[in-house]
Structures are given as structure tokens and as C-alpha cells.
Write a protein that binds this ligand. Sequence first.
Ligand code: 5AD
Ligand code: SF4
Length: 512
Amino acid sequence: MNEKQRLETSQVQAKDSSDKKSDKDYSKYFETVYIPPSLKEAKKRGKEEVKYHSDFGIPEELLSMGNGRKFYIRTYGCQMNEHDTEVMAGIFIQLGYEPTDNRDEADVILLNTCAIRENAEDKVFGELGHLKPLKMEKPDLLIGVCGCMSQEESVVNRILQKHHFVDMIFGTHNIHRLPQILNEAYMSKEMVVEVWSKEGDVIENLPKVRKGSIKGWVNIMYGCDKFCTYCIVPYTRGKERSRRPEDIIREVRHLASLGYQEITLLGQNVNAYGKDFEDLTYGLGDLMDELRKIDIPRIRFTTSHPRDFDDRLIEVLGKGGNLLDHIHLPVQSGSSEILKLMARKYSREHYLELVGKIKEAMPNASLTTDIIVGFPNETDEQFEDTLSLYREVEFDSAYTFIYSPREGTPAAKMEDNIPMEVKKERLQRLNSLVNEISAKKLKEYEGKVVEVLVEGESKNNPEVLAGYTEKSKLVNFKGPKSSIGKIVKVKVIKAKTWTLDGEMVEETVEVN
Ligand code: 5AD
Ligand code: SF4
């Protein structure tokens, strides 16, 4: 950590929580410099060089901190957050803690939070309400809030004001500081707040405890510079920083050697991969071209931004092999006017042109998308444009959302002038279309043989196995438990509303 970052670290210890409810200036409660998370700071995109650290290590004196103690992490939000949880779990294990899935027996509870929509935040505040009595019962319990919500000053202020029983708040840029933050929390028993509004570094060699041994996540980049007007992510996750190709390739090779069958490359805007390299002209297409040579059956990536989805990537994806032809390509709206208000930097026509190119290179590609309804000023006609685009592309499925204003974003300054009833009605109409087309697409599978990566027993019936096709369709079928973790051929017998039922026809599929 350089001096500048040290200064931008807001390591805070609340001295007194009894009388701070009415006061907005918290500085007097803190012994050390209080630099709160700042959306304004987080918005800045400087030219500072990204520094790479491959020397993550835990100070010797902290290594036994967790002996005899248990940790519990509750994760909200996207796969990036899930993966951050895997890293934090890895750090806990290195510190000697044991994992538990029963929060009542935990000594440390972390809420790894999501800020994308208001309801995601409401869930976290609801959970904090539930944790309060537990803390009263067990005063030695440490409760921490981390993840995207911690990067928002309004959230940090609300916790400081109303949730005094929280012991730690730390942000998305400093999860590698978990050992020191825990140590502070134990030493002081006062609220420790460490949120860096300026990121900049890429830390390699962080320990990880992966959730499974069949599918793995690999970060390829952090942050987002797109600043879509509705979106909080560029503020909570900072500027775009790519990991070096050799580090990514090494990690994928390692997972392949451990027997992992599927890798999902992660980034908030994976198509901008490599744009920040100053010494290298290298993009996602180049990376995929290297990764396809690795002996691992399936590689996918998420999430894409249509603006940066380039011809080189399409050309490489067209080579097939272990590069899956399922592309998640968020469109957000089918109206060029709304896309402009959203600052998506593409039009309906550009999006359709891109879809055309993808389908030409990968004739069987399945496309899924994200859509927001009820963005400020969205007219009925503009919403109809979204429906017509959806029909034209024939997405396999979609995540659909009602627009939720996020404080500090440009859209939050626009008048949120679509009545909730109208937003809900639009969402319902969109969802009916999504369901209609998904059902039609699933029906087309009946009688066909698909390759299924078997993940385990079905949640509803232990007699039945469940797994996913290359295009992420959930398939349930009867088969031997020995096929768990393998790719098998299954004949689809029946399409249900969301899933496929099948019969296994062949145990192991050779890929490549
Ligand atoms: N309101 C509603 N949906 C949002 N998304 C992002 N920000 C908002 C918001 N403020 C949706 C987008 C994005 C997905 C991850 O969440 O569709 O692609
Ligand atoms: Fe939520 Fe976005 Fe943060 Fe993921 S990156 S946890 S979706 S706010």
C-alpha cells in the first residue's frame, strides 16, 4: 500500500456511540482520520498506474486469531460478490477459523452486500435487524458489513447512526485487509470502518475457498468505467483494472488440473478486458483464444457490454470447442432514446447488428439479457420497442427489473416520473413475453440429446440428478451418482416450465 492510499484509508474507531444519533459530523467521534466513503471520489478516473501485488501474506502474529472460532458469511448480489466471499473464506481459513452455516454458532458474521437496487439494500438492513438480538445475547460476536453497500456514504452513515452493534464496515477494495480489520475489531470493540474510495491495485495470490469442485469463478478484471446513468457499480467497484493474462491462464490451468469442468470468467464489463494495459495490446478475444487451448470442457464469461463486444472476440468464439455459445448480453431497453438517456452508448440498431454478427459466427448461440423497465420518461411506445426487440432477438431468457433510483447516479437526478403501477404492469407484460419465448425454446429440446454437466442430486428429489447444459438449461434425469462432476449425454423427454426432464443415454462425453 502506498502512502496516498494509506491516507485514503478511512480507519475509524467510534469512541462513543451514545449521543451520535442526531449529529451528522462524525469526525469528532473518531480517534484517527475519518475519510468516509465518497461517491464523488469514487467517480474520479485518474491516470495512476495500476499496481500489482503478488505478495499477499498474513502477519505471523495474526495467524492463530481464529483458532477455536467460527465464521459465517451471507452473500447478496452477483457472482462477483459470491467470488469475493470465496476469497474472504480463504482468508478466514488461513487465520484458523472454521466455517459454519449456522449463524447462531458463529463468532464472526459478515454480510457481503449488494447495492444494485433499493430492495437489495432493504434485505441487508432487515437482516441487520435480525442480528441485533444475537449480538445482545453474545456480546463477543463480531458483526461486519462489507461489499458494495459499504462503498456508499449514505449506508455507512445509516449504520453509524442506527446500528451501533455493527463492529466492522469495510469496502470492496480492501477485502485483503480482512486480517487487520478483524484484529482492530477485537482490540477496540468499537466500530471499525475501513472503506477506500480510491482503488487502483490488483492483488494476486489471495487465498480462496471455492464453493464447489465442479464449476469455478475466475476474475479477469475489476471495476467498470461505463457509468450507465442508472448504475451504482462504477462507484462501488471503482475503475476498470484487468488482471494480467498470465495470472488468469495460470489460475484456469490450475483449476483444470484439479478436475474443474467449467470456468466462468468474471468482470463487471468483461469486454473492456485489457483496455487498461499500457504495455500490451490484448483483449478478451486474445484471452479466450489462449484459454480455449486449456484442457477444461467449458469456459464462459459474464457480464458483457454490447458496446465493447468486438469482432475479434466473435471470431474467436466462433472457433467453438470449450468456448460456450451462450452469451449474456444485457440490452436494458429496446428504445434508442431510452438507451441514450441511460448512456449505454449504443442504439437499438447497433445492438441488433451485434446480435446478427454473433448468430452468424455461432448459428446455435443462445442469448440471454437484462432489461430495466420504467426508466425515467419511458413512454408506452418506448416500452413497446423493448417488447419488439425481445421478440426479434428471441432471447432464451432474461433478468427483468423495475428501475430503482440509486443515490449519486445521474439518473437519480431525473424525475422518477413513471407511476409504480405502470412500472409493475410493464414488468408483468415483459415477463409474460419472456416466459412465452423461454417455454417455446425449451419445447424445441424435446427428443434431442444434450450434454449435461452433472452437479448433484436434484434439490426436490434425491433420486434424481441435476445439471446444466452448455446453454445453462437445468436438466433433471435419473442416473448413477458416479456421474456427478462429469458431462453426460441426456435425451430430453419433456420440457417443463423452467427445466427439462430427460433420460441419460451415455455416461461420459469426450470434449475437444
Ligand atoms: N435499477 C434497476 N435495475 C438495475 N440494474 C442495474 N442498476 C439498476 C437500477 N438502478 C440491472 C441492470 C443490470 C443488472 C445487473 O441489474 O439490468 O444489467
Ligand atoms: Fe450488486 Fe453490482 Fe455490487 Fe454485484 S457489483 S454486488 S450486482 S452492486
